[in-house]
Design a protein. Structure first.
Lengths: 410, 443
């Protein structure tokens, strides 16, 4: 296919050609970035949390006024909950993943270190914490029964108790003790004494994913018996099929055990629902981005169809002459398709530059990572395809111009 | 140049041309409508979220920040802590250097209703000092806030919001009645009217676009009753070293968890107050309480909201995306207008031969473009209305605030008109270059 006649024709219709090129370029830039944003969000949505989401339910409650018997009440609550049919494990804890509140603290490697090495979140759990929530121990062990302390003792003014042991996530272990086993090592966090690592779990995400991509799994588990009044979270592990039943039973049992409490219905649901709720915004954003990409493709296609039809109409006489001189219909069709391909190529090259420029802007303002290269061919392929499909109709019309048109003077 | 009769004539020509090219015209209107609809939806959401929450007071209210922490974790040049300690809050309030001042924090309370058949329920509360009500210009339905004396003697008084009043008392005047919270009877001194500051600027630590707290009660009372707090607490050094029975919420606790707002009626007073804060900070340093170098901020409401980047990143991103889409739609329109005008070259040629000046052709084309723009704007308005309906179904807390107001309505139409006129410039220019002779020679 000879490109020179195509190019010279285009140069005579500079404005229209420039418009198509610009439209494709802008579409390409926006689509590449939109695809990238979708990829980002989907990655977030698929985050591994370490929690057995399909098997865990959470009940949140709050006391009415101060409860002097919170510890005793918590013990009886747990005994009742663990006795429910279908409940494999039950625990009380200060915080759960996929909510917006969290306990965080600094971690230092030496005593009296001026700058904390990092900030990590603290889950306070009892004997059944790991069993109830689901993270797997990949090194070391779970807490021993003599390592648990009481929150009321720890929090008492002037208390000299310190946390004897900690279980950390693999991510935190890799950061604090790179290349070595973390078991037996210690660091400073709460209190004056070093806290020894006795176990490492594979994954446990921080509530509200604090810390972004790098630090969202800096979690520690302290062996502390907390009363329900500290966060009010009861977690129960059960079969996926029995979750509703267990939730209802748990709420009933807790209400009966003490009339002095309010179950927070809005926050009492399965872990799966909690996660879905937490990521609602991201899902909505993904749908919006998909809608924008589709709309862009439609508008660009319409633009190409419109301008191509117009060109075909303008050049009817020229096409007729070519047909009269022996060009086949196929050649006319290919002419228009090649012309469109050429314009699309120029547009896409420009579009890739725009895409990177837009990505630079977004990186600065919204803390996004750099656009990975494979999105560019994806956007390019999409637009090439779109251009060819859009131009097919007008090109077919051009190909059906009869050679006799050349002989007519009108 | 564009007299009434000429305008009517151009308009007439435009309509004829639309009727002849229905499909093309429809495509153009659709393209503009889509672009305008998307842009106005996202722009309206952005406008709602970035508005002034207290327009009557926003330039007089200032948020106090200082750096009370120990040297652990200190980075030179960083911003000071985002809240103040209880010690500093109480001391600044006692010294009363501003026109009005108040400190506050979030909390919760369990309400046990008297009404039969209503189970106890949890509400969000705000623990504050007396000046908060006049400072934030809060509208009252019945009664008023409490006075400084109630703060001092830890009175069991409360101001409740309209929604809670409706729920407990059926909307009647409940001033003087009691409400039982956390097992203690509180006397209601005031009922707030509908108020939804967007965002809840006074506390950036809780749901920023959420609903108002249902209960306001004196801070001192909340400490007396050890009521639970809701918000962010940042402590340095081990607070267990002290033997304060109140722990981290005690007066001398090394924790920041309180928001301090001051009302200063003029810029001069603001400068003077800033100087006062600097002196206060220096004093605390020499007394040994503060370890870090003096680092004071006194931001007014809009600056404070800016600093906290209160408009979610997602919303900003969506505005940019929508305007990018509008740009593509405009390019589309330029192309289609070009096609439309140049198709009629022979008509233009005839008109020029009959004596129309180039300018008149240009104007007529612009009128045509503008008419398409107005039509596109009208359809775009419907699309924006639908788009905002979709936004309101979203799970975000600001979702229900997304409404078209008169300013946004006007902006929609103006944007559509302006965009279409700009889009029409190049095609109109090309149309007016058509020479009469060329067109008359061939047909």
């Amino acid at each position: 296919m000879e490109l020179r006649p195509i190019l010279s024709t285009l140069l005579r219709h500079k404005t229209a050609a420039a418009l198509i090129v610009l439209e494709i370029a802008l579409s390409c830039a926006i689509i590449c970035n939109a695809l990238f944003l979708i990829g980002n969000r989907v990655e977030r949505l698929n985050l591994v949390s370490g929690v057995a989401e399909k098997e865990v339910v959470r009940v949140q409650l709050t006391g009415i006024g101060e409860d002097d018997n919170a510890d005793a009440l918590t013990s009886s609550d747990l005994a009742l909950l663990r006795g429910l049919p279908g409940v494999k494990a039950a625990t009380v804890t200060n915080q759960v993943p996929f909510v917006n509140s969290s306990w965080n603290t600094g971690v230092t490697m030496v005593k009296d270190q001026k700058q904390p090495t990092l900030s990590a979140t603290i889950y306070m759990g009892d004997e059944q914490f790991l069993a109830a929530l689901g993270p797997k121990v990949v090194a070391g062990r779970n807490f021993a029964s003599d390592e648990f302390i009481e929150w009321s003792a720890l929090d008492a003014p002037g208390s000299k108790i310190s946390v004897p042991a900690v279980i950390i996530t693999q991510s935190l272990a890799d950061k604090l003790f790179p290349g070595q086993s973390a078991i037996g090592k210690s660091f400073y966090s709460w209190g004056e004494n070093a806290i020894r690592v006795v176990g490492v779990v594979d994954h446990l995400v921080r509530p509200s994913e604090q810390g972004g991509a790098v630090a969202h799994e800096y979690s520690m588990i302290f062996p502390i018996h907390v009363p329900f009044s500290l966060g009010g979270n009861y977690l129960l592990r059960t079969d996926p099929a029995r979750r509703d039943e267990v939730l209802k039973a748990a709420v009933a049992v807790l209400e009966k055990n003490s009339p002095n409490r309010i179950i927070l219905e809005k926050n009492t649901k399965s872990m799966e629902d909690l996660r879905a709720q937490y990521y609602r915004q991201d899902r909505a954003m993904v749908w919006m981005l998909v809608a924008v990409i589709l709309a862009l493709l439609v508008v660009t296609a319409l633009g190409i169809v419109g301008l191509a039809s117009f060109w075909v109409q303008q050049r009817t006489k020229q096409i007729g002459v070519r047909r009269a001189l022996g060009a086949t219909r196929g050649q006319i069709l290919r002419y228009f398709q090649t012309e469109n391909f050429l314009l699309a190529t120029i547009g896409i090259v420009l579009g890739m530059l725009f895409a990177y420029a837009i990505n630079q802007l977004l990186m600065g303002k919204y803390e996004l990572p750099r656009l990975p290269l494979f999105y560019l061919p994806a956007g390019a392929a999409l637009l090439w395809l779109l251009g060819q499909v859009a131009v097919y109709g007008p090109a077919r019309k051009a190909a059906s111009v009869p050679p006799a048109v050349a002989t007519r003077s009108a | 140049m564009l007299g009434n009769s000429m305008f009517a004539y151009y308009f007439n020509l435009a309509l004829r041309s639309f009727r002849r090219n229905k499909v093309l015209t429809a495509l153009m209107v659709l393209a503009i409508a889509l672009g305008i609809g998307a842009s106005m939806t996202t722009l309206t959401v952005f406008y709602v979220l970035s508005g002034d929450p207290v327009p009557t007071r926003s330039d007089q209210l200032y948020y106090v920040q200082m750096a009370p922490e120990s040297m652990n974790g200190f980075t030179p040049g960083e911003e000071p802590a985002e809240q103040v300690t209880r010690f500093d809050a109480e001391k600044l309030l006692r010294e009363k250097r501003g026109d009005r001042q108040a400190y506050m924090t979030g909390g919760g309370a369990a309400v046990t209703p008297d009404k039969q058949g209503l189970m106890p329920f949890q509400v969000d509360a705000r623990y504050a000092t007396a000046d908060i009500f006049p400072m934030f210009d809060m509208p009252f339905l019945f009664g008023a806030g409490w006075s400084a004396t109630e703060d001092e003697r830890r009175g069991r008084v409360a101001v409740i919001a309209k929604a809670l009043n409706d729920k407990l008392f059926g909307g009647a005047n409940s001033v003087g009645k009691t409400v039982r919270m956390d097992k203690v009877d509180f006397t209601i001194v005031g009922v707030l009217d509908e108020w939804r500051p967007t965002p809840r600027f006074y506390d950036m630590n809780s749901d920023r676009f959420g609903e108002l707290e249902q209960v306001f009660l004196p801070f001192s009372t909340s400490r007396d009753l050890k009521m639970g707090r809701n918000g962010s607490m940042d402590c340095w050094d081990d607070s267990n070293d002290s033997s304060d029975p109140e722990g981290s919420t005690g007066v001398n606790a090394p924790c920041v968890w309180i928001q301090y707002w001051v009302q200063l009626d003029s810029a001069a007073k603001a400068a003077a107050y800033k100087q006062y804060l600097t002196n206060y900070s220096d004093q605390q340093r020499s007394a040994g309480r503060f370890e870090r170098p003096t680092n004071i901020r006194l931001r007014n409401v809009m600056d404070w909201l800016d600093y906290n980047k209160v408009v979610p990143g997602d919303v900003r991103l969506q505005v940019w995306l929508a305007f990018g889409f509008l740009l593509v739609c405009l390019l589309n329109t330029v192309g289609l207008l070009l096609a439309k005008f140049l198709r009629r070259s022979s008509e233009v040629g005839v008109r020029r031969a009959l004596g129309a000046s180039r300018r008149q052709i240009f104007t007529q084309c612009l009128v045509e473009a503008g008419t398409i723009g107005l039509a596109g704007g009208a359809v775009g308005l419907v699309l924006a209305w639908l788009g905002l309906w979709a936004v309101r179904q979203q799970p975000a807390s600001y979702a229900e605030l997304a409404h078209l107001d008169p300013l946004m309505l006007f902006t929609t139409v103006a944007l559509a008109l302006a965009a279409s006129l700009v889009a029409g410039l190049i095609p109109a220019w090309q149309a007016m270059q058509v020479t009469p002779a060329m067109q008359l020679k061939s047909q």
